[in-house]
Write a protein that binds this ligand. Structure first.
Ligand SMILES: Nc1ncnc2c1ncn2[C@@H]1O[C@H](COP(=O)(O)OP(=O)(O)O)[C@@H](O)[C@H]1O
Ligand SMILES: Nc1ccn([C@@H]2O[C@H](COP(=O)(O)OP(=O)(O)O)[C@@H](O)[C@H]2O)c(=O)n1
Length: 680
C-alpha cells in the first residue's frame, strides 16, 4: 500500500497481463455468517482481509465457532444446531455487514449478548431490524439511544416462543441490510411452517438482496420471492455447509481493470487484461458495468471466474464511444465511466446518480472538479454528470487529483495517466484505497507499462558518508518510489568474490565480472540476500566498503552490473544513490543531486554510525580511510566520482537529514508540471 502524501503516476502507455482482485466485502461477511450457522466445516477461499471481516471472524470465534485462518483461506466449523457460547460481549467496529446480521442471528440462536461498535456505529440506525425482531417476540434492549447500537439480546433462558404465523414486516426503504439480516437468521427458526417476510415500502438495493439469496441457496436454503416484496423461507429449511466456497472478487474493483483494458493497447506480447476471481455470471450487481464498457467499445469475454478485456479495433471500439446511460443499477462502478469518458469521442452523460451526492463525499461535485482539472468540460446536475473530453491533445492538463478520502475517486482517476498528451497525474492521499483495495496501485503497476524514459529517476551521488543512502532512501519513501543502493551491488560483488576465493585484483577482473553478471542478489523487506545467505550486516563493515571500492575500480565489473542497476527503473519511479548514477547509469535522469559534506563532518558521521552499531572506531582512522576511498573513487579511469554536469550540488555539512531531504524534494517539486497541487 502507498502511504505517501501523494503518488505521481508517470504517463502510462500500455497495459497487459493478469490481475487477481481482492474479495468482495458483501460476499465475505455473508459467507462467514452462513458458514457459522451451518453444520460442518466450510473452507472459504479468497476472503477479503479488511477491518470489517476481522470483526466478523472475531465475533464468530467468541460465540464458539472454530476458525482457522491460513492467508486468504479460512476454515470455519459452524454451530450446526449447537447453542452459541454465552454470555458474550461482541465488538463490531464500524461493520454494518457484521452488526445487523449477527444481531438477528444471535436473537434466534438464544443466549445473552451485548453488541457494540465504534462511536460512528452507534449513530447508524438499527431500529427497523430490532422492531421486526421484537414483533417476533425477541427481547432486545437498547443500551444507549433508542434505535441505535449498542444493544443487548436478553435470551439467557433460550429463545422465546416466536410469532411466526403472521408475515414478519420489515422496512426496505432505509437499508436492505435489515432484510438481509432477517433472511439469514430466520431459517434457524424454520420448523413445520413456511416463514414469510413482507417488505414495507419500496425495496432499495435489490442487487444486494440478490446476493443474499444466491448465497443462501449455496448453504441449502431456498427462498422464494414475489416481486421483491414478499419473501418465503420454506418449512424445514436447514443450513448445510457447501464444504468449499470461493468469495468472488469485488466487481466494483474490477471496473478499473475493465476500463484499463478498454483504453490501452497491449504490451509485451501479451494481449489485453485478464481479471481473475470474478466472471460474467457474477452475483454482484456491479458486474453490469461490463455492459456499459462494451457499449463504449471494450471487447469483453469471460467465463465463470474470469474476465478478459481488450481495446476495440480502431474506428470500431477505439477511441471509445460516448454513451448516455442511466447508471442507477451500477452507482459505484459508474464513476469509472466518468473517467473513461475522457477517452471517448463526444459527450458522455451518466444519469440517475443522485446517490453519488451522499456517499463518501459528494461524488458528483468531486468528479466534476477533478475532471475539469484535467481539461475536460463538465456539466453537473442534481442527479447527472456530463463529460466532454479535452478537444485537442494539447488541451489536456497535468493535474494533482484531490481524492476526498474516497477510494473510488483515487482508483478511477489513475486511469487518466494514459492520456494522449503524455502528462503525469498526481493522486493525492493514495492510501484512501485501503477501504476496499489496499494494493490497488501495486496491481495497476503490475500490468501497466510505459517507455523507460518516462519512468522518473532521481540520482543522488557523492562521496562516502555524505548521507546519500540516508537521504535517497528517505526521498524514495516520501515519493513512493523504488530505491537503488548501487553501492550495495559493489559491496555484494566484493563479498561474493572473496567467498569464491578470488582476491580483488586486476588479474581476477574477468572472473569477478562473470560472477557479478549472475549475482543472485535480492533486496527484500530491508534485508539483502546473496543466494540463501542474509548478507545485510556482512556488507556494511568498513572493510566491506574498502573492498567494494577496489572491486568497483575494475571496468569489466562495472559493465557487468549495468543491466542489474537499470532493472530497478520501474513504475512509479526510482531514487538511485551511488557514485555514477547521474554520470553513467541514468544520464537522462530529470534530477541529479551531488551530495557532499566536509571530510571532517563525514568522518564524524561514520564514527557515530559505527559506534551506535556497537563497532569500535577511531575518527582519525576513519577520516584517513574515507579520504583514501574518495581519492580512489575520483581518480579511477572508469566512471570516476564527480558531479554530473547538470547535477545540483548540495553540501549538507550544516544541514540535518530532514533539511537535506526537504531540499531534494523541493528541487523535485520544481520540476513537476502539476498545477494547483495541494501537497506540493
Ligand atoms: N545531513 C546529515 N546530518 C547529520 N548526519 C547525517 C546527515 N546525513 C546523513 N547523516 C548520517 O551520516 C551517516 C552516513 O550516512 P549514509 O547515508 O550511510 O552515507 P553514504 O550513503 O553517503 O555513505 C548516517 O548515520 C546518517 O544518519
Ligand atoms: N555507483 C557506485 C556505487 C558505489 N561504488 C563503489 O562502492 C563503494 C561502496 O559504496 P557505498 O555507496 O556502499 O559506500 P558508502 O558511500 O556508503 O561508503 C564506494 O566506495 C565506491 O567505490 C561505485 O563505484 N559506484
Amino acid at each position: 500500500m502507498y502511504s505517501t502524501a501523494f503518488i505521481d503516476l508517470p504517463p502510462l502507455q500500455a497495459a497487459a497481463g493478469e490481475v487477481h482482485l481482492p474479495g468482495s466485502k458483501s460476499i465475505s461477511n455473508r459467507v462467514l455468517l452462513l458458514a457459522a450457522l451451518s453444520n460442518g466445516t466450510t473452507t472459504v477461499h479468497d476472503l477479503l482481509a479488511s477491518d470489517d471481516t476481522r470483526v466478523m471472524l472475531d465475533g464468530l470465534r467468541q460465540i464458539g465457532c472454530t476458525v482457522d485462518e491460513a492467508g486468504s483461506t479460512v476454515h470455519i466449523t459452524g454451530l450446526g444446531g449447537r447453542a452459541p457460547q454465552s454470555p458474550a460481549k461482541l465488538f463490531m467496529g464500524n461493520a454494518g455487514t457484521a452488526m445487523r446480521p449477527l444481531t438477528a442471528a444471535l436473537a434466534l440462536l438464544g443466549g445473552e449478548f451485548e453488541l457494540s461498535g465504534v462511536p460512528r456505529m452507534h449513530e447508524r440506525p438499527i431500529g427497523d431490524l430490532v422492531d421486526a425482531l421484537r414483533q417476533l417476540g425477541c427481547q432486545i434492549d437498547y443500551l444507549g439511544n433508542d434505535g441505535y447500537p449498542p444493544l443487548r439480546i436478553a435470551h439467557a433462558n433460550g429463545v422465546p416462543a416466536l410469532a411466526l404465523a403472521e408475515p414478519i414486516r420489515v422496512r426496505g426503504d432505509v437499508s436492505s441490510q435489515f432484510l438481509t439480516a432477517l433472511l439469514m437468521a430466520l431459517p434457524l427458526a424454520a420448523g413445520t411452517q413456511n416463514i414469510v417476510i413482507d417488505v414495507v415500502g419500496e425495496l432499495i438495493s435489490k442487487p444486494y438482496i440478490a446476493i443474499t439469496l444466491q448465497l443462501l441457496a449455496r448453504f441449502g436454503i431456498v427462498v422464494e420471492h414475489q416481486n421483491w416484496q414478499r419473501f418465503t423461507i420454506a418449512a424445514g429449511s436447514r443450513y448445510q455447509s457447501p464444504g468449499t466456497i470461493h468469495v468472488e472478487a469485488d466487481a466494483s474493483s474490477a471496473s478499473y481493470f475493465i476500463a484499463l483494458g478498454a483504453i490501452t493497447s497491449s504490451a509485451g506480447g501479451q494481449s489485453g487484461i485478464k481479471i481473475q476471481g470474478v466472471g460474467l455470471d457474477s452475483i454482484q450487481g456491479d458486474i453490469r458495468f461490463v455492459d456499459a464498457a462494451r457499449a463504449m467499445g471494450a471487447v469483453v469475454t469471460g467465463g465463470p471466474n474470469w474476465l478478459h478485456i481488450q481495446r476495440g479495433e480502431p474506428g470500431q471500439g477505439w477511441p471509445l464511444k460516448a454513451i448516455d446511460l442511466d447508471c442507477n443499477h451500477i452507482p459505484d462502478a459508474a464513476m469509472t465511466l466518468a473517467v473513461m469518458a475522457l477517452y471517448a469521442e463526444g459527450t458522455t452523460t451518466l444519469r440517475n446518480i443522485a446517490s453519488w451526492r451522499v456517499k463518501e463525499t459528494d461524488r458528483i461535485a468531486a468528479m466534476a472538479n477533478e475532471l475539469r482539472k484535467l481539461g475536460a468540460t463538465v456539466e453537473e446536475g442534481a442527479d447527472f454528470i456530463r463529460v466532454t473530453p479535452p478537444a485537442q491533445v494539447q488541451d489536456w492538463k497535468a493535474a494533482s487529483i484531490h481524492t476526498y478520502d474516497d477510494h473510488r475517486v483515487a482508483m478511477c482517476f489513475s486511469l487518466a495517466a494514459f492520456n494522449p498528451a503524455g502528462l503525469p497525474v498526481r493522486i493525492e492521499d493514495p492510501k484512501c484505497v485501503a477501504k476496499t483495495f489496499p494494493d490497488y496501485f501495486e496491481a495497476l503497476f503490475s500490468v501497466a507499462s510505459t517507455a523507460t524514459g518516462h519512468i522518473p529517476v532521481i540520482c543522488i551521488d557523492g562521496p562516502t558518508a555524505s548521507g546519500k543512502g540516508t537521504v535517497a532512501a528517505a526521498v524514495a519513501q516520501r515519493l513512493g518510489y523504488r530505491f537503488l543502493d548501487s553501492g550495495a551491488m559493489y559491496r555484494i560483488t566484493a563479498l561474493a568474490a572473496l567467498r569464491a576465493g578470488l582476491a580483488i585484483t586486476p588479474e581476477h577482473e574477468a572472473r569477478i565480472a562473470a560472477l557479478a553478471q549472475t549475482l543472485p542478489v535480492r533486496f527484500e523487506g530491508g534485508r539483502v540476500w546473496l543466494g540463501s545467505d542474509d548478507v545485510t550486516e556482512a556488507i556494511r563493515t568498513e572493510e566491506a566498503g574498502m573492498n567494494a571500492s577496489r572491486v568497483s575500480a575494475l571496468p569489466a565489473v562495472r559493465g557487468a552490473l549495468v543491466d542489474l542497476q537499470h532493472s530497478f527503473q520501474r513504475l512509479p519511479g526510482l531514487v538511485a544513490d551511488g557514485r555514477d548514477m547521474g554520470t553513467v547509469i541514468f544520464p537522462d535522469a530529470p534530477l541529479k543531486v551531488y551530495l557532499t559534506a566536509s571530510a571532517a563532518c563525514r568522518a564524524e558521521r561514520r564514527y557515530k554510525q559505527l559506534i551506535s552499531k556497537g563497532f569500535s572506531a577511531s575518527i582519525a582512522d576513519l577520516r584517513a580511510d574515507l579520504e583514501a576511498r574518495d581519492a580512489r573513487d575520483s581518480t579511477r579511469s572508469v566512471a570516476p566520482l564527480k558531479p554530473a554536469q547538470d547535477a545540483l550540488v548540495l553540501d549538507n555539512s550544516d544541514l540535518t537529514i530532514e533539511q537535506a531531504v526537504e531540499k531534494v524534494l523541493a528541487w523535485w517539486q520544481e520540476r513537476q508540471p502539476f498545477a494547483g497541487s495541494a501537497q506540493g
